[in-house]
Design a protein around this ligand. Structure first.
Ligand code: MN
Length: 207
């Protein structure tokens, strides 16, 4: 399966570049948040992962799939790098704002409509106590919504492949939205790129 690859140079993971400018998601996700989130938070996960890995690995995915063999520092930082890579790649300044293609069909089948999906996804994000993530995944029986604490993800637990990732750590929204996670989630949906989500979905279902 070919999902987003992270760059390894001289056996060290590097911070991937964003494919849009830091201010490109304005006014929904502000420039200052994007700069902090990418150059401080994600960079921090990259650096700490490189520091924590005792022997070189070829992909972060292989770490996640065998996460029981690693300590908490690797768990938190491998998750941090992997999750943010998906999250940043799923946002875009100009794209379709509702599902397309086979993913649209699957969402309508599983949740009844895009609006119902959005409500359930929002509930998962709001219901995650403290820091964590909300996910749309392809599991054994099709699409499902999950949430996880910290930097855990559904690859670690074997619950499915990630189609949509939404960061609900306060660092994702606090500078602009303050304590209002619900408003951030609404704004996340305004920058979520369904073309990218469909691309991920196709890679998952076509193996
Ligand atoms: Mn984050």
């Amino acid at each position: 399966m070919k999902l987003t690859q992270l760059i390894l140079e001289e056996k060290k993971f590097k911070l991937p570049k964003l494919n849009y400018a830091y201010d490109a998601l304005e006014p929904h996700i502000d420039k200052e948040t994007m700069i902090e989130h990418h150059t401080k938070h994600m960079q921090g996960y990259v650096d700490k992962l490189n520091d924590a890995l005792k022997k070189p690995v070829s992909t972060i995915r292989e770490v996640l799939e065998n996460i029981g063999q690693y300590d908490t520092k690797v768990r938190n930082n491998a998750g941090g790098v992997f999750n943010h890579n998906i999250y940043f790649n799923l946002m875009s300044p100009d794209s379709l704002r509702t599902p397309v293609g086979d993913l649209k069909i699957a969402i309508d089948e599983e949740f009844g409509s895009y609006d119902n999906f959005k409500e359930e996804f929002k509930k998962a994000g709001m219901g995650q106590f403290g820091s964590g993530w909300a996910w749309l995944v392809v599991g054994e029986t099709g699409l499902k919504i999950l949430s996880t604490p910290n930097q855990d993800n559904p690859i670690m637990s074997g619950e499915g492949e990630i189609v949509v990732a939404m960061d609900v750590w306060e660092h994702s929204y606090y500078l602009k939205h303050k304590s209002q996670r619900a408003k951030y989630i609404e704004d996340f949906f305004k920058v979520l790129c369904w073309r990218s989500a469909e691309k991920r979905y196709q890679q998952i279902i076509n193996g």
